[in-house]
Design a protein around this ligand. Sequence first.
Ligand code: ZN
Length: 255
Amino acid sequence: MKIHVIDHNFFTPRVIASYLIENGGEPILIETGPDTTFYKLEKSLEELGYMVEDIRKVFVTHIHLDHSGAAWRFAKAGATIYVHPFGAKHLADPTKLIASARRIYKDQTETLWGEIQPIPKEHIYAIEDGEMIKIGGIKIRAVETLGHTSHHHSYLLEDLLFTGDVGGVCIENGPVLPPTPPPDINVELWQESIRKIMDLNPQFLYPIHYGKSNHVKDHLRELESRLLECTEWIGERLKEGRTEDEMVPDFVNMF
Ligand SMILES: [Zn+2]
């Protein structure tokens, strides 16, 4: 089995990855990245010997646009998109997804995330927690890992775990940080997911941001302690009556 880390070069290198898995048979793509970098992904796939139409199975950890923004393009080319059941309806009808992106990114939404089209239902597969899909010689299992969002799966492939955002962000051996976008962070569920991943005891983690992580236990411990640190920091400031606008610049400079 071969795992290719494909860099989307999203404004800067090594920030957003897709993973292409080859096992002699049908290739599998994990995370599509945003629509805005689809043409780069297409080029990278070509360099690996694949056309977009060759990718028939695409797994996304959740529906945030940096993970699944280009899923509709793969569906249009014939692929099935595997996604958490709560995310499935938003791929079929992205109205709310687009509206919530607009609330956060305002007039930068199109520049950052490009176009989002609905995916026909027959191209969406709502994969349940624990469900295993066999593709050629590969078995890939969905592991529900909530906390970052209320609809997040990690994908277990042998002893490798593709962790989307729930496994934290770690760029160039930097700190392991919890990506905490609004609106549906749940710290307790996130801690539960970290424990679940610990129990699975994978050999390596593959977060989308960015690339393989070798030191799984240390990585997860650091993630949990930063998550609690952030929660405490925000809790203290909320008690002081600080507004979100006041907190954001300090929060950004925290690390
Ligand atoms: Zn996310």
